[in-house]
Design a protein around this ligand. Structure first.
Ligand SMILES: [Ca+2]
Ligand SMILES: [Ca+2]
Length: 148
């Protein structure tokens, strides 16, 4: 875990950097794909779904403690990823839905910076690192981030 200051722009500038975002999502996908068949099953997605769930509760959407209820929430999240409903999430589906969810979080955060505890391999931490590298790289990147 690392505690970082994050705001909506941190996330949107990361998502809009197609190259950096694609590479990070591919890494995460490969890491989740335990049997390396190029598709994510529900069981393979559970770790990531739990992480998304933590983010949801962090932003005060709802907190449900009943295990059955929580399982239903995970299942409905999985279905959101599985666009063609074939029971598996491919990399394209994963990327599209991850992007959508990150942008929704960015929207929720707005321009108000918040402090968050982020896991070392989470996309949000990658977004923070991306922001650091952009700030260091050039003023052009800052302009792009501000326009986002
Ligand atoms: Ca798999
Ligand atoms: Ca699918």
């Amino acid at each position: 875990m690392s505690v970082e200051i994050i705001d909506g722009t941190t996330i949107t500038s990361f998502v809009e950097d197609e190259e950096a975002f694609s590479a990070s999502v591919s890494d995460l996908f490969a890491e989740l794909d335990a049997d390396k068949d190029g598709l994510l099953s529900y069981m393979e997605m559970v770790k990531e779904l739990q992480r998304l769930r933590v983010m949801e509760t962090h932003f005060g959407v709802d907190v449900k403690r009943d295990p059955e209820e929580v399982a239903r929430v995970y299942e409905s999240l999985f279905v959101q990823f599985d666009h063609d409903m074939n029971g598996r999430v491919d990399e394209d589906e994963f990327k599209k839905e991850t992007k959508k969810m990150l942008l929704a979080i960015a929207n929720g955060l707005g321009s108000l910076p918040v402090q968050m505890a982020l896991e070392h391999d989470s996309l949000l931490l990658k977004a923070v690192k991306h922001e650091y590298s952009c700030a260091a790289a050039s003023a052009n990147n800052n302009l792009l981030a501000n326009a986002a």
